[in-house]
Ligand binder design. Structure first.
Ligand SMILES: [Zn+2]
Length: 379
């Protein structure tokens, strides 16, 4: 693996640490016959120079797609989770939403979510045995993993919420997996993402926390970077459970709402047309050949009625505007010609232009300024 798995950046030249003779897999417990073939690995932990994310660059363990949880919830953890998940469902109005758990193991969290009032919860789990155990408990679980191998979720299925607990740090290609996740989510879907808190490992010098099973060691910044880069806005990110866990609430980024652009555009266009109609055909001049003026003239479809444009930039004078083909003259030409009105479209310079018009070209009585969102007619 060359470079950062998230941003493609280079690693710092030296690894943060090297752990020679590391177990080949944390879950690879051996029977006596297997001992002769057990080769340790040299685990090196690297940091990306660009996004800062800490990670190893070895091949993942062969069971990385499976979620293995060693114990059932302790009573304290269970109480904590019920409270946490209940508030999450309530805060984001997800009780009636379709919720998916990525890496649902034997359905431990699916059951908790149901207990908290979630009406529709489903899971994805790669381990066949875990899938069967969850199905036996009456849970809906699809076998699979979020990459090109896919899942058995019916095409077109969309979820409005997702959760994933202590799983993302195992993913060898998080960009691809998060993309696959996005394809299953509606715009604006809300997720709860948890990974081990690398800040605590770092602060306390917990050298034994590095394992080949965990490819990534996220802190708040790097987890946020990875999620944001892949289309998720991080709404909150907190350290929970005695500092061991980073817990982020994310939202699949919805497209910007720009419907109001259309309203402003229509209003300005009709104001411009109404103003021009007050005068004889082709007797209104526009001052300003900047990009906003050119866009407004084209969008409002007024180019036929513009006598010419004046602009103080010599390189524009005696040339024609692109697309609308209106001749550009020097402002001095206003002394020879006498248009009935001038519409100033000079953005931040409009006030200055009006002052020039009044001082030098006082014979032109009718003036208007195109503001940001409307036409201002001057007395
Ligand atoms: Zn990076």
């Amino acid at each position: 693996m060359e470079g950062c798995r998230i941003c493609g950046g280079d690693f710092f030249p030296k690894p943060l640490l090297t752990y020679d003779g590391a177990p080949r897999a944390a879950q690879g417990f051996l029977n006596v016959e297997q001992l002769v073939n057990d080769a340790a690995v040299n685990l090196k932990i690297w940091q990306c120079t660009q996004c800062g994310t800490v990670q190893h660059n070895l091949s993942p363990v062969d069971y990385y797609r499976e979620v293995i949880r060693s114990i059932a919830f302790s009573p304290e953890m269970r109480t904590y989770r019920l409270q946490q998940l209940g508030s999450w469902l309530q805060l984001y109005a997800l009780n009636d939403a379709n919720i998916l758990e990525i890496g649902s193991g034997r359905g431990e969290y699916l059951e908790l979510l149901k207990e908290c009032g979630a009406k529709s919860v489903e899971g994805i789990e790669y381990s066949k045995v875990s899938c069967e155990l969850a199905t036996d408990k009456g849970l809906k679980v699809y076998k699979g993993y979020l990459d090109h191998t896919g899942t058995s979720i019916p095409p077109g299925t969309k979820y409005q919420g997702f959760v994933t607990f202590s799983f993302m740090e195992h993913w060898p290609n998080p960009n691809a997996s998060l993309k696959a996740l996005s394809n299953l989510m509606s715009d604006g879907a809300i997720g709860l993402v948890e990974v081990p808190n690398f800040d605590m490992i770092l602060q306390k010098g917990l050298y034994s926390e590095f394992t080949i099973d965990h490819i990534f060691y996220f802190d708040k910044k790097s987890l946020t970077f990875m999620l944001e880069k892949n289309g998720y806005e991080v709404l909150s990110i907190d350290v929970v459970w005695y500092n061991y866990i980073l817990s982020a609430v994310v939202r699949k980024r919805p497209p910007l709402q720009i419907k109001h652009f259309e309203a402003v555009q229509n209003r300005v266009a009709s104001q411009l047309r109404a103003y021009i109609e007050r005068f004889n055909p082709k007797s209104v001049v526009v001052w300003g050949a900047g990009h906003q003026a050119l866009a407004v003239i084209t969008i409002a479809k007024i180019s036929e009625n513009i006598r010419y444009i004046v602009d103080s930039a010599p390189f524009k004078q005696e040339k024609y505007t692109p697309a609308s083909h209106i001749l550009i003259k020097s402002p001095d030409y206003l002394l020879e010609d006498t248009p009935e009105a001038v519409i100033v479209m000079a953005a931040g310079f409009s006030a200055e232009v009006i002052s020039t018009l009044r001082q030098r070209y006082g014979h032109i009585q009718e003036l208007a300024i195109l503001g940001e969102d409307e036409l201002e007619i001057l007395d």
